[in-house]
Design a protein around this ligand. Structure first.
Ligand SMILES: [Fe+2]
Length: 388
């Protein structure tokens, strides 16, 4: 980019995605609503940029003034989150995450080639236990969901995310039952095992499935339980998660049409985690939904699809501003939510990215909104997931 650092340039909306810099002055609608705050770093908008652009266009904005800044080393939410993750012990160890994803993948590949045996499960069970320990150590849900890099690795990354999230929810619902949490984590890692028997062209189809393909796909929960039996999995919660994670609270799920408490709790918890991750993941044929929107959809479906206790736990775990939300505070600083504020839904912990003066903080600056006078003024979008 040719512009000099510190200079202010007027950028037409259609070229905004090619610029990095800081919004030089508040952008408002003709009615005076704040559309983009001064000081916002454009790269923080990440995947929300198209939506923000739509909003600006529909408000008649044609261009905005950007102050070019290239000296800040934290160029994007991703690299920014690297700092957050490095500073927070309370996040799942990256090695454990990687290990879990690659072992789920290894297991799926083995099951496609050879009959299921108990030995095939040994490495994944060991990593699953370590993952459960990580979750039990962490009282807060922090950014831990992993992103999918390649279209064909979705199932494995998704299995890890479901295991982690279901484990977090189980821990909050049953803090005195670490064994149950562990079983649910293992169940999450294995919940889609039956997909190892779904033809690859159906499993990895980069688009919505037709009726025949969907009928095949729906077999995976029953097939998964058969595989678990062949692998001599005796734990009732693990088997329940595998067989019944697609059952629905009102009884219109599959494979058995169980309803309400007939569905074992481990499967009800996993159902919430499963749908949350599916909604927020990026797929070849759909954009990811910001976690806040996914949470709203799940809450809207509570009592239909989901067990109300399990989905309420999701809300109180994430707060109204889930980790990764980009927010503007009342002093006009902008940051990323790094931790929901426990039961306090509107006052999370925010890591400041842009100070009220429009500069990057010299050292990482955390604001716990339960412990200071600041409040959230504006929700600006959702940040990225983490790279494994
Ligand atoms: Fe499934």
């Amino acid at each position: 980019m040719a512009e000099q650092e510190g200079s202010i340039v007027r950028v037409p909306l259609q070229s905004l995605d090619t610029y990095d810099g800081v919004v030089a002055e508040d952008v408002t609608s003709p009615e005076g609503a704040l559309l983009l705050p001064q000081g916002l770093r454009l790269s923080l908008l990440g995947a929300s940029l198209p939506k923000v652009l739509d909003r600006l266009r529909s408000s008649g904005v044609e261009g905005i003034s950007i102050r070019m800044e290239t000296s800040v080393s934290l160029k994007s939410v991703d690299s920014f989150l690297e700092v957050v993750l490095a500073q927070n012990q309370a996040v799942i160890d990256r090695e454990v995450s990687r290990e879990a994803v690659s072992q789920v993948q290894g297991l799926f590949q083995s099951v496609r080639r050879q009959p299921m045996t108990p030995e095939l499960l040994v490495p994944l069970v060991a990593t699953g236990k370590t993952l459960a320990q990580e979750i039990l150590k962490n009282p807060q849900v922090l950014l831990s969901l992993a992103r999918v890099h390649r279209w064909d690795e979705y199932t494995f990354v998704h299995s890890f995310n479901v295991a982690a999230l279901a484990g977090f929810l189980a821990q909050r619902l049953h803090p005195q039952e670490p064994d149950l949490v562990e079983q649910i984590v293992l169940g999450g890692l294995l919940h889609d095992l039956g997909k190892a028997q779904v033809p690859l062209e159906v499993l990895n189809k980069p688009g919505p499935l037709d009726d025949r393909e969907f009928a095949l796909m729906k077999q995976h929960s029953a097939w998964g339980e058969e595989l678990a039996l062949q692998g001599e999995v005796t734990s009732a919660p693990i088997r329940a998660v595998i067989r019944w994670h697609h059952e629905r609270w009102t009884g219109c799920g599959y494979p058995d049409g169980l309803r309400r408490e007939e569905i074992p709790e481990a499967a009800r918890i996993t159902a919430v985690a499963d749908v949350f991750d599916a909604l927020t993941a990026e797929r070849a044929y759909k954009q990811s939904l910001p976690s806040r929107d996914a949470m709203n959809l799940i809450l809207g479906d509570t009592g239909q699809h989901f067990d109300p206790r399990a989905s309420r736990t999701l809300l109180t775990s994430f707060g109204l501003y889930p980790p990764g939300s980009i927010v503007e505070l009342s002093d006009r600083s902008v940051g990323v939510v790094v931790s929901a504020g426990g039961e306090d839904l509107i006052r999370p912990v925010v890591l400041i990215q842009v100070t009220p003066e429009g500069t990057a903080p010299e050292s990482p600056l955390f604001r716990d909104l339960r412990r200071c006078d600041l409040r959230i003024r504006n929700y600006l979008g959702s940040g990225a997931r983490r790279d494994l």
